[in-house]
Design a protein around this ligand. Sequence first.
Ligand code: GTP
Ligand code: MG
Length: 393
Amino acid sequence: MLDDVVATVFPSPRSYTGDDTVEISCHGSPYIQQALLQALLDSGARLAEPGEFTRRAFLNGKLDLSQAEAVADLIDATNAAAHSLALSQLRGGYAQELAQLRQQLVDLTALLELELDFSDEDLQFADRSHLLSLVSLTSSRVCALRQSFRMGNALKRGIPVAIIGRPNAGKSSLLNALIHDNRAIVSDIPGTTRDTIEETFTIDGTPFRIIDTAGLRHSDDPIETLGIHRTISTVAQADIILYVLDATQPFSHALDDLQELQNIRSFSDKHLFIVNNKIDLLPDLPLAPSRTFPLSAKEGSGLEALTAALVNTVRTDLAQSPDVMLTNARHYEALGHVDQALLHVAKGLADGLPADLFVVDLRDALYHLGTITGQVTTDEVLGNIFSRFCIGK
Ligand SMILES: Nc1nc2c(ncn2[C@@H]2O[C@H](COP(=O)(O)OP(=O)(O)OP(=O)(O)O)[C@@H](O)[C@H]2O)c(=O)[nH]1
Ligand SMILES: [Mg+2]
């Protein structure tokens, strides 16, 4: 006698995995759990591998591969936005979008293969301009999905926000104030921060990944110069830039810096906020241009307006994003192959090439699409995906 337990029987296929399943609920003592587990092992059971339950569910057709990956995302979700993305992927809105894409590709392939079957007779069954418009329709859906990855991935990992500005402007102080922690070293020595410092935090369910950087200036110190290069690449990857300036310094410095920043690739696509820091040192509030945020990182005043603007910016971007969003790097890559293959098909059709020269590209597109949902998989891919899960999931 070990314990009084409840055993719940789930007959196949109405269980999570689709197999016959029994769940044993025992009392919570770790000793009882261990003893029970040992008794089961002694009777011939074995421990599940990481992700084995979800892997079985996939193999039994209970969910497709993209949904299985959503289970892992759901388990990893640390904020409301990531949670709702994972949930919508699990619920299948995304799987439906992929299924429609697949159907379009299958229809196209069928039309072209028909032409191939009769190629000796030099017949063309479908009007090529019609085929071309079908291909470009499919292409544009693939492109829209790929474009949503930037936002989808940012929501999952945190929207990248770079804090930049001259040395001593108070960048590290701002980071600390935003995350309510003394994460970065603050000092009155210019050039204190030499490497980028990254922290994630959530405001109203929206995740941000905030990156403090080395101050922008021309320096003879090789380490500081490396840090400044890193600052530039951080800016290139960020969606939102917080340019911090010291309110006691002339505004013209900021204008010079902002002029120079325009050279960074796609800088104009980013949201730029100008933070007018150290207002506690001024006798009056400065007359600043709109879209600047007067605040004191030291005293914490003015922070709410900035955080509210951050959240609003993301919400506005989100409202313009498609309902179905790509969040998974593996899928992004696969859709890149689909996109390439479709480009070849479109070119072949436009150039009037015989169908056999680009039907292979269509099959290629179908293959890569199939790797997302799991219609085509290798053990290696499955192993990779399910090893991310923990035991018991
Ligand atoms: N009075 C006042 N001082 C501030 C404020 N914010 C920062 N400071 C001071 O300014 C100095 C520089 O602050 P940091 O946060 O280290 O500045 P930084 O921009 O990270 O500087 P580097 O890392 O050297 O580029 C420190 O002495 C801070 O205490 C503020 O709002 N008011
Ligand atoms: Mg600093």
